[in-house]
Design a protein around this ligand. Structure first.
Ligand code: ZN
Length: 188
């Protein structure tokens, strides 16, 4: 009798646990931007003029993902913003990096992000139209903006924008459901 009861309890626990077993691959940090309007400053003088449109499209992809924030072009004097530029990186293997070097505010126990730098590696070749032997700049910026928003690299699914690497000539310009789930988990 007692064994039956324990078994029944086990089955009930299994049933409760089952719906929570849905795999979520996205990796969200503890940080988030303290403003729902996130200004983006692009150093266009540091990069080919054709990148302008690609960067705007990458910003829009995240802004219209259905989460409660939006990227906005900025040319004024904000204290907090995402800066995107092309520059020298020490690691040739790296396509681009994101760093939150403007700092993190702490308030009410929540880590509040208020700055992010994206640097596209000037030692690597990029293209806006899939030219051979180049990387797709829109796909790269889309991925790095995901880091700016406090999403992490993931190992699977490989189709995700936040997958940890991008092959040469590969285009990943559309957010997957996993990317969208991740950003909604942070910003609602
Ligand atoms: Zn990454």
């Amino acid at each position: 009798m007692k064994i039956k009861a324990i078994f029944l309890l086990f089955v009930v626990l299994l049933l409760i646990a089952a719906p929570m077993n849905v795999a979520t691959a996205y990796k969200a940090g503890n940080d988030k931007w303290f403003s729902v309007h996130i200004p983006v400053q692009v150093s266009y003088s540091s990069m080919p003029s054709g990148w302008h449109n690609a960067i705007t499209k990458a910003m829009d992809s995240w802004s219209y993902a259905g989460a409660n924030f939006s990227f906005e072009n900025y040319s004024g004097a904000y204290l907090f913003y995402v800066n995107i530029k092309q520059g020298q990186l020490s690691d040739y293997e790296t396509l681009a990096t994101e760093s939150g070097s403007h700092g993190i505010l702490y308030s009410d126990g929540k880590r509040q992000k208020w700055g992010s730098n994206i640097t596209v590696n000037s030692q690597r070749s990029f293209s806006t139209y899939g030219a051979s032997n180049t990387h797709d700049i829109e796909s790269v910026i889309l991925h790095e903006l995901g880091h700016s928003l406090c999403l992490g690299d993931i190992n699977s699914p490989t189709t995700s924008v936040m997958y940890r690497s991008l092959s040469i000539e590969q285009m990943k310009r559309v957010l997957t459901q996993d990317d969208i789930d991740g950003i909604k988990a942070i910003y609602g």
